[in-house]
Design a protein around this ligand. Structure first.
Ligand SMILES: *Cc1c(COP(=O)(O)O)cnc(C)c1O
Length: 377
C-alpha cells in the first residue's frame, strides 16, 4: 500500500512469463510495440505519439529535459513539491538555466498567480510541472496550467507518473508537449518502464536544435523513427512491455477506474479527518495517495515498522523536506480496493494505539461507512 510500486495483478505477471518475439529484428514486435503505444495515446485522449522507454519513470523526466534543453535555455521549473523542484537538476545537467517558481507545498499551484508571474517574465523555452507530486500528494491542474503557459508560447513538460490511470487526464484539453508516465504506479505493472507522450511542437523543437541531444539512452529523437526504420536504439524489454500491454487491457476493461479512485480516496480522507489525525495538504489532494502528518509520540519509522512487522502491510514514509514528517498510503491501481485500504487504516490505528495515541473514531469503520455513502469530496 505504498505510493508506488503498487500491487500487480496476476494476469500481468502471467503475461510477462509468455514467450516473446525478438525485439531487435522480429517485425511482429515492432507492430506489437506500436499498437501498445497507440493504446497509451488513446487512454489519454490524444494524437500525441507515445513511446515506451526501457527504464524506470525517472528516465522519462530526464528524456524530456535532455531532448528539449540546449545550453543556455531558460526553463521555468514550477515547484510546489519535491518532484517539481527536482526537475531543476535535469535542466542543469543539460546546461539549461532553471528558474524556480516556488509556491506553497500545502496546496496546488494557483493558475491566476502563475499568470501574474508570467506577465512579468515569460521568456522560457519550456516549463516543467508535476500532476500528482507524490511526496505531498498534491494534484496540480496541469491541463489549465499548460494552456496558460502556451498562451505565452512556453511548452509544457508534465510529470504524471503518479497521477495517470488514477486521476483523469485528457491531453486533448491541454497543451502539454511532453507527458511522462511510469509503469509502477496506477497502471500497476512492476517498475521498469517509462512512457512519454510527445506533441508535434515538441518534435519540431527537437529538430530545430543547434546542438545534438547530449544523451543517447535518454534521447527522444533517437527512438522517434523506430517503426519506419524497424530499429530501436537499444533492445526493448519485451517481457515488461507484454506486461504493460496486459495492464492496459485491464484498464480499458474497467469503466469505473476513476470513480473507484475518487470514492476510496474520499473515504480515506474522511476517516483520517474524523480520527483527529492531520492531513498534510490543506487542499487539492490527489485520489492516488493520502499523506498524513506523523502525530506526536511516535516516529515515521516506528509506524512503518509496526505496520510491516505486525500486520504485513507496507506504507511509505517520505524524503527530502518531508522526511520523518509524514507517512503515505498509496491507493492507486490494484492497491485501490476497499478491503486492502480498510485493513491498512485498521493496522495504522492499532500501531498508533500501541503507543497510546488514541484516535477519535474507528478509522476502518469510518472509512467503510464513508465508502458506503459514496462520499467523495
Ligand atoms: C514515482 C514517481 C516518479 C518516478 O520516480 P521513482 O522515485 O524512481 O519511482 C517520478 N515522478 C513522480 C511524481 C513519482 O511519483
Amino acid at each position: 500500500m505504498t505510493a508506488g510500486p503498487t500491487q500487480v495483478r496476476e494476469n500481468v505477471m502471467q503475461a510477462r512469463a509468455l514467450p516473446f518475439p525478438n525485439p531487435d529484428i522480429d517485425p511482429a514486435f515492432f507492430d506489437f510495440y506500436k499498437e501498445t503505444c497507440g493504446m497509451l495515446s488513446k487512454a489519454l485522449h490524444t494524437d500525441h505519439e507515445a513511446f515506451i522507454l526501457g527504464g524506470e519513470g525517472i528516465l522519462g523526466l530526464e528524456a524530456a529535459c535532455a531532448s528539449l534543453t540546449e545550453p543556455g535555455d531558460r526553463v521555468l521549473v514550477i515547484d510546489n513539491g519535491i518532484f517539481g523542484k527536482e526537475f531543476a537538476d535535469f535542466v542543469k545537467i543539460y546546461e539549461g538555466i532553471p528558474v524556480l517558481y516556488t509556491v506553497d507545498y500545502h496546496r496546488p499551484v494557483d493558475p491566476d498567480a502563475l499568470k501574474r508571474y508570467l506577465e512579468k517574465d515569460h521568456s522560457f523555452k519550456y516549463a516543467t510541472v508535476v500532476h500528482c507530486d507524490t511526496p505531498s500528494g498534491v494534484l496540480n491542474d496541469v491541463e489549465t496550467i499548460s494552456r496558460i503557459l502556451d498562451s505565452y508560447g512556453i511548452m509544457t513538460v508534465a510529470d504524471s507518473v503518479a497521477g495517470m490511470f488514477g486521476e483523469p487526464l485528457d491531453l486533448s484539453k491541454s497543451r502539454i508537449d511532453i507527458l511522462c508516465g511510469g509503469s509502477q504506479k496506477a497502471l500497476s505493472c512492476p517498475p521498469g518502464l517509462t512512457m512519454v507522450w510527445v506533441s508535434e511542437r515538441a518534435f519540431r523543437s527537437m529538430e530545430r536544435r543547434k546542438t545534438p541531444v547530449r544523451s543517447f539512452y535518454a534521447s527522444i529523437p533517437a527512438i522517434k523513427n523506430y517503426y519506419r526504420d524497424q530499429w530501436f536504439p537499444y533492445t526493448m524489454p519485451a517481457s515488461d512491455i507484454r506486461g504493460l500491454r496486459q495492464a492496459l487491457d485491464n484498464f480499458f476493461a474497467d469503466p469505473d477506474v476513476y470513480q473507484r479512485h475518487a470514492r476510496i480516496a474520499g473515504a480515506v480522507r474522511k476517516a483520517v479527518r474524523e480520527s483527529g489525525l492531520k492531513l498534510y495538504l490543506e487542499e487539492g489532494m490527489s485520489n492516488t495517495v493520502t499523506v498524513i502528518c506523523v502525530p506526536d509520540g511516535i516516529t515515521d519509522k516506528e509506524i512503518l515498522r509496526g505496520m510491516a512487522e505486525k500486520y504485513g502491510i507496507l506504507i511509505s514514509g517520505c524524503f527530502d523536506v518531508l522526511a520523518g514528517k509524514v507517512v503515505r498510503i498509496g491507493h492507486m491501481g490494484e492497491s485501490c480496493n476497499r478491503e486492502d485500504v480498510a485493513d491498512t487504516l485498521e493496522a495504522l490505528q492499532k500501531v498508533l494505539e500501541e503507543k497510546r495515541i488514541l484516535l477519535k473514531c474507528d478509522m476502518k469503520q469510518s472509512f467503510l461507512s464513508a465508502w458506503k455513502e459514496n462520499a467523495g469530496e
